[in-house]
Design a protein around this ligand. Structure first.
Ligand code: MRU
Length: 374
């Protein structure tokens, strides 16, 4: 599978520049209206990028946190700096376990070293995590394609529904839920992706943008249309739903972007396969069930204020400029849980870099026999 591209140029979501003691990221808060690269040079930059969702998606959050430690340690490599940098990054976003996985991994590697060796080792280790993420996502794509191929052969084409953005923007390269789509598309399968808008932050627009960059046919729909679309039969019938995950509990329960659960319920009712694609770093074997997964509550302003291009297209064809529109007063009470839990019984299979398995404790144990299981 060829790597992902922006305007036909191979691009990753995060590019280290160790000689400049910096990391370049794609600012995802500006997409899809503007493609902007930001340079992170400090721990605070990295923490802010994660918190404000300039970078987002569970695997990319983990990789950014790893580089955040490298940025902190190049300023001061002592034990106290390492501990406080880990603590700062750990509180940025609570649900995606990849963050904690990456921090624990980095800490285990760096703490035993002489402080003088830590900064270089941190750059190297963060780079290794990033490369591993890309390689795992590529393999998720191949395993997912193997699941999709028989459906495509039966139907002559594939209609895939997805939610949020679990494409390459949410990882280093290739994506998780979208990796099988890219692999299928690149191998000549006639695939069309149905993209849920994903209120309130509209990550579906990021999915539409990256599918457009790759040339994959797609249609964006309002979240509320998912149930109806899943009920459709005939040529337009959805063949499978594929989503990513922020954390998978040891029993197969899945935390993912809020709205995932409703799609799983509707897919179950419509007898449409519901697939979850994620690497090992998303599985939390210390978490017995979804009920233990912390759900991030984000600012109510994400509902009160809508972002986009303001104004009309002008006479020269230029769109309006990026801006926001208040749709509710600041004191209007809103609830904004960013994730929900889909019980394992609604998940047809989990696709990982090692292959696919039923969403059960036994299925996960077979994939990762070497891990300590809850
Ligand atoms: O709040 P976000 O945009 O970081 O949430 C992203 C998701 O929910 C993704 O589906 C998940 O992180 C998997 S990304 C490969």
């Amino acid at each position: 599978m060829p790597a992902m591209k922006v305007n036909n140029v191979h691009t990753r979501t995060l590019v280290p520049a160790p000689e400049a003691r910096a990391v370049d990221i794609i600012d995802q808060t500006a997409l899809p209206h503007e493609y902007r690269v930001l340079r992170l040079t400090t721990l605070e930059d990295a923490a802010h990028a994660i918190r404000s969702m300039q970078v987002r998606g569970a695997p990319l959050i983990g990789v950014t946190a790893a580089y955040g430690l490298a940025l902190a340690l190049q300023q001061n490599p002592d034990d106290a700096t390492l501990a406080s940098a880990v603590a700062t990054l750990a509180t940025t976003r609570p649900t995606a376990v990849n963050l904690h996985w990456a921090l624990a991994h980095m800490q285990a590697r760096l703490l035993p070293l002489d402080p003088g060796e830590r900064a270089d080792a941190a750059w190297q280790e963060a780079g290794a995590i990033a490369e591993e993420d890309a390689a795992q996502c590529r393999r998720i794509g191949e395993h997912g394609k193997a699941l999709l191929r028989p459906l495509a052969e039966k139907r002559g084409h594939l209609n895939i529904m997805t939610h949020c953005n679990a494409g390459w923007l949410a990882t280093v390269d290739f994506g998780t839920a979208l990796a099988p789509v890219y692999a299928a598309f690149d191998s000549g399968i006639d695939v069309h992706v149905w993209v849920s808008e994903t209120r309130p932050r509209n990550q579906g627009l990021l999915t539409a943008w990256e599918l457009m960059q790759h040339g994959v046919p797609h249609t964006l729909f309002a979240d509320n249309a998912a149930g109806w679309l899943l009920e459709r039969k005939g040529a337009n019938a959805i063949d499978a739903v594929i989503v990513g995950a922020d954390r998978i509990a040891a029993n197969g329960d899945v935390a993912n972007k809020v709205g995932t659960y409703l799609k799983a319920l509707a897919a179950h009712e419509a007898v449409v396969p519901f697939l979850v694609a994620a690497p090992r770093s998303t599985i939390d074997f210390d978490c017995a069930s979804g009920m233990e997964i912390p759900i991030e509550e984000r600012s109510g302003d994400e509902l009160r204020v809508v972002r986009g291009l303001t104004g009309e297209v002008d006479s020269s064809g230029q769109p309006g400029s990026p801006g926001s529109l208040r749709q509710l007063p600041p004191d209007e009470q809103v609830a904004n849980p960013a994730f929900d839990i889909t019980p394992a019984r609604f998940v047809t299979a989990i696709i990982t870099e090692r292959g696919s398995a039923p969403a059960t404790a036994e299925g996960l144990r077979k994939l990762y026999p070497e891990d300590r299981h809850a």
